[in-house]
Design a protein around this ligand. Structure first.
Ligand code: GDP
Ligand code: GDP
Length: 444
């Protein structure tokens, strides 16, 4: 596992801006895609020889998702998130707003951060240059934290931030890589509404096979990973405590568990979203599906409790689920009954196959021959009286198959043509169920 550095602070202090800035340096490709990084909450950073995960807790759910009934609990929610992030992190970047000055919320947050005993760097943001630094940071010294004036938007002092964060990570002295010679098994995350049957499915999968470990793992106290072996392969269900616990939480807290669930998904190879066939795709499921689709998470949808539906109605039910999943037509749907043991045996092989597809590496020669064939079959449509011209395509070194198309002007590539390219590439390269990323870049 990589060290985790969390960005903590009130909304609007500039966490997301900073998050994108820090990631841009290390993940050049994903960051050229509009809309992809905006909501990203979790990203791998490389700074020189060190790697770590940067987590942004604030931006996503509070801004794009805040509902009216939520705003009254706004501050509670922020703190709940901050607390989780602090607990999980190995080091903390605490962001405050130099323009607005010190607020009671900052003081409270600083208190949490200090009490955690973890290395903290406080960034006084929106200091748009040296000349304002002394004045704008003055009152923040009272918080008693190591402090640096920065401008996330304009880049002021960001090289310094990188330097210090890098040192934090080095000082943590954690094993930099999990590549210790032991074969890594498939990691799975189980998502779904309470009572959908997640625990029953995990139990049905594990069956009578030997449970190797069932202990408190990771950095979050109550995160329980369950590892087991099946046919000489090792599998882990990540955060099964979350699977159970979520049954009791209220709706408003559910937003936080969505964030947590997504973090787990990001750390897993494959996510399984379980839905109760008698209830269908609910609001929460829809939101999860949208997130998983947007974040390009490899996932399987399990439609459970099939035993409760008459056999002649199952096809109809499946079609309804297929419609709900039209934004991700590659995602497999499996009908199961945890009680009767139906469909359960398909899940692990399917997850294995999905991971294998994620690991596909395709040579430049084949990619470009494929591109030529695809272009010949259907030319890209003319946009603003210009036709996009594709020069070549390469596969980027990412966790999921990511194809970068270099063209004369990426703004000319229509969504529909991007979909066409993705579908054709999927067909030619045999990528059936894994997510695929297509990226367009202008090159002159
Ligand atoms: P978050 O809610 O903490 O993630 O904050 P955002 O990153 O969304 O930033 C909130 C607002 O502050 C946005 O309008 C940013 O453009 C602005 N902002 C961020 N960093 C700076 C900065 O360094 N200087 C100035 N002047 N504005 C900034
Ligand atoms: P979780 O909250 O998602 O972990 O759901 P559980 O595994 O605890 O299951 C919730 C309830 O649904 C329990 O009463 C289970 O016995 C029941 N259940 C789970 N799977 C099935 C199934 O395949 N068929 C039927 N009829 N009931 C199921």
């Amino acid at each position: 596992m990589l060290p985790i550095v969390a960005l903590v602070g009130r909304p609007n202090v500039g966490k997301s801006t900073l998050f994108n800035r820090l990631l841009r340096k290390s993940r050049s490709i994903t960051h050229d895609m509009p809309g992809v990084t905006r909501d990203r909450i979790y990203g791998e950073c490389r700074m020189g020889d060190v790697r770590f995960d940067l987590v942004d807790t604030g931006g996503m759910c509070l801004e794009s998702e805040a509902t009216p009934e939520l705003s009254k609990d706004f501050e509670d929610e922020i703190f709940e998130q901050a607390r989780e992030a602090i607990e999980e992190a190995h080091a903390i970047i605490f962001v405050v707003d130099g323009k607005e000055g010190l607020t009671p919320l900052d003081e409270q947050a600083a208190e949490y951060v200090r009490r955690s005993g973890k290395p903290v760097l406080m960034l006084v943001n929106k200091v748009d240059g040296d000349e304002f630094a002394a004045e704008m940071t003055a009152e923040f010294h009272s918080l008693g934290l190591e402090l640096l004036p920065v401008s996330a938007a304009h880049g002021y002092n960001l090289p310094d931030v990188r330097d210090r964060v890098r040192r934090f990570v080095v000082d943590l002295d954690m094993p930099a890589d999990e590549d210790d010679g032991v074969e890594r098994g498939l990691k799975l995350t189980m998502l779904g509404r309470p009572n959908a049957g997640k625990s029953s499915i995990i139990n049905a999968i594990i069956g009578k096979d030997r449970l190797i470990v069932s202990d408190v793992a990771g950095t979050t106290r109550d995160s329980i990973d369950v590892t087991f072996e099946k046919k000489n392969k090792r599998y882990t269900f990540v955060d099964t405590a979350g699977v159970r616990r979520r049954a009791n939480i209220q709706d408003h807290l559910e937003k936080i568990s969505v964030i947590r669930a997504l973090k787990n998904s990001k750390r897993s190879d494959v996510t399984i979203l379980t839905i109760d066939i008698t209830l269908g795709v609910g609001r929460q499921d829809k939101r999860l599906i949208e997130f998983l689709a947007r974040e390009k998470v490899p996932f399987i949808v399990v439609v459970n409790k099939a035993d409760l539906v008459p056999r002649n109605e199952t096809n109809q039910a499946l079609e309804a689920f297929r419609r709900e999943l039209r934004i991700v037509p590659h995602v497999p749907i499996v009908m199961t009954s945890a009680h009767k043991g139906v469909g359960i045996g398909k899940l692990l092989p399917m997850a294995e196959a999905m991971r294998q597809e994620c690991e596909i590496r395709i040579g430049t020669g084949l990619l470009n021959r494929s591109l030529q064939a695809v272009l010949e079959r259907q030319q890209p449509p003319v946009v603003k009286r210009r036709r996009p011209k594709f020069f070549y395509v390469t596969q980027a070194d990412e966790d999921i198959p990511t194809f970068v198309f270099f063209c004369n002007d990426h703004t000319l590539v229509k969504q529909s043509y991007a979909r066409y390219l993705e579908n054709q590439f999927r067909k030619m390269l045999g990528i059936k169920t894994a997510p695929v990323n297509v990226v367009f870049r202008s090159s002159h």
